[in-house]
Design a binder for this molecule. Structure first.
Ligand SMILES: [Zn+2]
Length: 275
């Protein structure tokens, strides 16, 4: 009953969206999506699974299907800014095969949320990078693109309200840990800087991502900021970029790769939260 109700609501909002667009431009690419999903369904349904032979074990590998299983689900949420000028432009970018990029959701400036990939499928939003020991973030995360040009655009209340509604649903449904709501820049320091000037504090107050306390302890003399960054999750392969990414997320007003006393206090506070 509940899912029926949801589908009516979803359908009517989809219809509204279609009417708003006057002509629906994505019929052909929707078909591509459906065909891709069908081919994935075939791979999942095959028994025994195809192309899963263990190297050099030819006569000792068997298949017996278990009765107990589920679909893999995301454990992270990664937030981006689109660096585009409109929702239409973003949808176009994500429906052109040559761009190779997509996200599960796009949140527009007016609060409209467009889903482009089933939560259980892999969107192509994170690319190369590392957070903690996770390197294939696309395989374990939900990607959310916030439509924003990344320079002059402000974050609208409608956009952040819709994002929080989406995050609430995802966090509950997939049991995503509070610390696992991160930005693209956190995962790919030096390569990505999004989302920029993002209201992470507002999100953290609602349980999505960590934020530092208002009152900060002084930093012990033996505290190594690099260890702090590492414990939070940053990749230290290029330390200056790790500092920059940390500052894009938590400092924002200054993102030079130098840690001031205040930055170090923030870092120490977050380090302790991550222990
Ligand atoms: Zn991004």
């Amino acid at each position: 009953m509940k899912s029926h109700k949801f589908s009516i609501v979803f359908l009517s909002s989809a219809l509204l969206f279609l009417i708003a667009c006057s002509t629906y431009k994505y019929k052909a690419t929707d078909k591509v999506y459906k065909n891709n999903a069908k081919s994935f369904a075939k791979i999942i349904a095959a028994t025994p699974p195809k192309n899963q032979q263990i190297d050099s074990l030819f006569n000792e590998q068997y298949f017996v299907g278990t009765t107990n299983m589920g679909i893999r689900k995301a454990n992270f949420v990664m937030i981006h800014h689109t660096a585009q000028d409109s929702l239409g432009q973003t949808l176009r970018t994500f429906t052109i095969p040559r761009t190779g990029t997509s996200s599960h959701y796009v949140v527009s400036r007016d609060g409209k949320v467009v889903q482009m990939v089933n939560d259980y499928l892999r969107a192509q939003h994170a690319g190369a990078g590392k957070w903690g020991q996770v390197t294939d973030m696309n395989s374990c995360s939900i990607g959310i693109e916030m439509d924003n040009n990344g320079t002059t655009d402000v974050w609208t209340d409608a956009q952040i309200t819709s994002l929080c509604a989406l995050l609430k649903t995802l966090k509950k449904k997939y049991s995503i840990p509070t610390a696992n709501f991160i930005g693209h820049a956190d995962f790919a320091p030096g390569r990505k800087n999004d989302p920029k000037n993002f209201p992470w504090k507002t999100l953290a107050q609602q349980g999505y991502g960590l934020w530092y306390d208002d009152v900060l302890d002084s930093v012990p003399e033996n505290f190594d900021p690099m260890v702090g960054l590492k414990v939070i999750g940053y990749n230290l392969q290029r330390p200056n970029y790790a500092i920059e990414a940390f500052k894009i997320h938590y400092i924002q007003s200054d993102i030079t790769p130098i840690l001031t006393d205040f930055d170090k206090r923030v870092l120490y506070n977050l380090y302790k939260k991550n222990l």
